[in-house]
Design a protein around this ligand. Structure first.
Ligand SMILES: Cc1cc2nc3c(=O)[nH]c(=O)nc-3n(C[C@H](O)[C@H](O)[C@H](O)COP(=O)(O)OP(=O)(O)OC[C@H]3O[C@@H](n4cnc5c(N)ncnc54)[C@H](O)[C@@H]3O)c2cc1C
Length: 357
């Protein structure tokens, strides 16, 4: 770091601004109500909290990218599956191995150190350097044997407030006669006065087959509509799948997504050939996340996301429950931080000289 100290020192005064909330930066500067709302919405979609709860560093990083001159929205050919394939290619290229369908039942602890994991199948995998969990904070705690972490730490982690969950509508539709200029993304805000975090107020629509025809059969589109991080889990808690009451609640809570989509494709209901509704229970089950939550609701300025270290030696955490927070760029950064913590200093120096010369 010494090499970069002079440049870093020049920015020292900005550190407080970067770790504070984004509203500290825009308060008094942005007065137009629509732009204020728009910035709130972008922050909410990034972090699960509006501008007053979103860390300025995350917004600075993202806005610098979004508003570069001549910037374009990139969408991966092959959809999100192509992103996963690229990550797996990177992993295997560097000697890593991906094991699927391998539920970690417990982190193995010996002599007060995490030394590996035991899978549901009973198989044990020993760690050569460390055990790293990117499961959410609440899900990671469930994997640690009782007594391996200090009680106060466990209570503090368990008490971290959670963002709400999602409703999803996955559709396969007949694309005949749809306008040529159909967009890939739309965001519908029903009422700006309610605030962007209000349940059922913000609906996001994604139609990726507009850009990548391989994602749907000829003449069809796939559509994903969702209410981002604004569906309270409490409404769904205790509901049982396969019960009529659950089916009715799904229908009722999905209506807002159909209505948002009707603003873009008015005859959407009659075009539909496949329709699947997902709830916070679906979200929790398939993404295997506590309460299907978007992640911790830690407001910038009031608290910082915890770092990757834990009081249990050999156990590190990354992902959206750790600094810098929720969202792909942030979780990628948290993974890099943990990788740096594990790698020897020699590797750091090599990386710095390769990257910055
Ligand atoms: C609908 C939606 C849209 C989003 N849009 C954006 C966006 O446009 N831009 C953006 O930046 N971010 C977006 N996000 C947020 C982003 O996807 C998340 O913040 C990010 O994926 C979190 O990554 P993670 O690695 O921390 O956690 P996860 O992706 O949840 O990974 C944790 C993994 O651990 C696994 N796991 C859990 N328990 C165990 C266990 N016991 N054993 C083995 N495996 C286990 C889970 O199956 C999961 O695969 C969106 C999220 C959603 C839900």
């Amino acid at each position: 770091m010494g090499k970069f100290a002079p440049a870093l020192l020049q920015q020292a005064a900005n550190v407080i601004k970067l770790t504070g909330s984004f509203s500290n930066i825009i308060d008094g500067v942005i007065t137009d109500p629509f732009i204020r709302n728009w910035l709130d919405l972008l922050c909410f979609l990034l972090s699960g909290l509006p501008a007053d709860g979103t860390i300025a560093a995350e917004v600075a990083f993202m806005f610098a990218d979004w508003y570069r001159p001549n910037v374009q929205l990139d969408y991966p050919l092959g959809g999100s599956g192509a992103l996963v394939d690229a990550l797996v290619r990177g992993l295997t290229k560097h000697g890593g191995k991906l094991v699927l369908n391998a539920h970690v039942e417990q982190v193995l602890v010996e002599n007060n150190r995490a030394v590996g994991v035991r899978l549901r199948s009973g198989q044990e995998i020993r760690a050569s350097k460390a055990v790293v969990s990117n499961a959410s904070v609440w899900d990671t705690l469930k994997l640690i044997p009782e007594g391996a972490l200090p009680k106060r730490y466990v209570e503090k982690q368990q008490a971290i407030p959670e963002c709400d969950s999602f409703m999803h509508l996955h559709l396969g539709i007949d694309a005949a006669g749809l306008p040529e200029n159909l967009g890939i993304h739309y965001i519908v805000v029903n009422d700006w006065d309610k605030g962007v975090t209000a349940p059922q107020n913000v609906v996001v629509v994604s139609i990726p087959s507009v850009l990548d025809s391989s994602l749907a059969p000829v003449g069809k589109h796939v559509i994903h509509v969702y209410t981002p991080g604004n569906e309270p889990y409490a409404i769904w808690q205790g509901q049982e799948r396969n019960r009529e009451e659950y089916a009715l609640l799904k229908q009722e809570r999905a209506e807002v997504m159909w209505q948002a989509l009707e603003r873009i494709i008015p005859d959407i209901r009659s075009r539909c050939e496949v329709s699947l509704v997902g709830t916070p229970l679906t979200h929790g089950r398939f993404l295997r996340r506590h309460h299907g939550s978007y992640g911790p609701a830690i407001a910038a300025g009031k608290g910082l996301f915890p770092g990757g270290n834990t009081p249990l030696s050999g156990l590190l955490c990354c992902g959206d429950s750790t600094f810098p927070g929720i969202g792909l760029p942030a979780v990628a950064a948290s993974g890099m931080i943990v990788a740096n913590a594990i790698a020897p200093v020699q590797k750091h120096l090599q990386y710095i000289s390769e990257t910055f010369g």
